[in-house]
Design a protein around this ligand. Structure first.
Ligand SMILES: [Zn+2]
Length: 297
């Protein structure tokens, strides 16, 4: 049975944050999860778990998932909406002159970012991470990587199922910008990512790696960016030009358009290799944790 809210706050030591805008977002995301559950039930005759989702008052861009008396709970920090909005508003939106359209863009991006974070947490339930309780840092990083990919895969599928083909590119752009700027904003708060002259060590130094239980934001942006090779099949097979468009937008948004961007081939190579390793570890984690279903295989 669902706990009453006061009890929940006491037992988990959280302060729930209830607003009208928040309730609407929570309803929307619950509807999406329900649709997935119904689809999987109909297709595979498996009942995957649902979850309770709440906002908590906390400025950090983060969320967490937990299990209490056989029920799963996802808590999303209010910062994911409110702080992220402030962050996005400071970017250079000069490619949209109309104020209403600009607000719409920002709101869409916030919404995608919220869905991404919820589906990331939901992946920890769905993929069995919450129940497995592994605590080796390599396993934990692999779980994070798997959850990120699950969430983005879901959003790509969602866009392709709900939008017309003409809208795919635009919606994918918004979706990825949402994830990108969420990680960028998150990055500012995490001391592990305060880059200095030893930036490269973050990727390969075993001691530094062992201390982390999350992939670096830069790694997360990279492996998710790689997933944007989206192909549509009409009368021909076509790779959508999403990656190029996103890079163009990011340059404008960050005011680095036309500026010389240093060529960091060596750094990029090291980062890419580290991402490859992370992806390999996801395969390992899939063997280790019993799956609720085989849909993520
Ligand atoms: Zn996570």
């Amino acid at each position: 049975m669902e706990k009453d809210l006061k009890q929940l706050e006491d037992e988990l030591n959280v302060k729930l944050y209830i607003t009208e805008e928040g309730c609407e977002l929570l309803n929307n995301v619950q509807l999406k999860i329900t649709r997935e559950r119904v689809a999987i039930r109909d297709e595979k005759e498996i009942l995957i778990p649902g979850c309770n989702i709440y906002f908590v008052k906390n400025k950090t861009i983060d969320a967490f998932v937990t299990k209490l008396d056989d029920e799963y709970y996802i808590f999303v920090n209010s910062g994911v909406i409110e702080e992220q909005k402030k962050y996005l508003e400071k970017l250079n939106w000069s490619f949209i002159s109309n104020e209403t359209q600009r607000t719409e863009w920002i709101n869409d991006i916030i919404e995608y970012g919220f869905y991404f974070i919820v589906f990331h947490e939901y992946a920890h339930i769905f993929c069995g991470h919450v129940d497995a309780c592994l605590d080796d840092p390599t396993d934990k990083k692999a779980q994070e990587c798997e959850a990120d990919m699950f969430a983005m895969e879901y959003l790509v599928k969602y866009i392709m199922n709900t939008q017309s083909e003409q809208e795919y590119i635009l919606e994918m752009e918004k979706m990825f910008l949402a994830i990108y700027f969420q990680f960028e904003n998150m990055q500012r708060e995490r001391w592990q990512e305060w880059y200095n002259d030893k930036i490269l060590e973050n990727y390969y130094d075993p001691e530094k790696e062992a201390k982390r239980n999350h992939p670096l934001s830069a790694q997360r942006m990279l492996y998710l960016y790689e997933m944007l090779n989206i192909v549509v099949v009409t009368d021909k097979i076509e790779l959508l030009p999403i990656k190029e468009k996103i890079l163009e937008k990011i340059k404008v948004l960050k005011r680095i358009e036309g500026k010389e961007i240093p060529n960091r081939e060596l750094e990029y190579g090291v980062a890419k290799e580290s991402v490859q390793k992370l992806k390999e570890s996801v395969k390992e984690i899939r063997k280790k944790i019993p799956r609720l279903s085989d849909v993520s295989e």
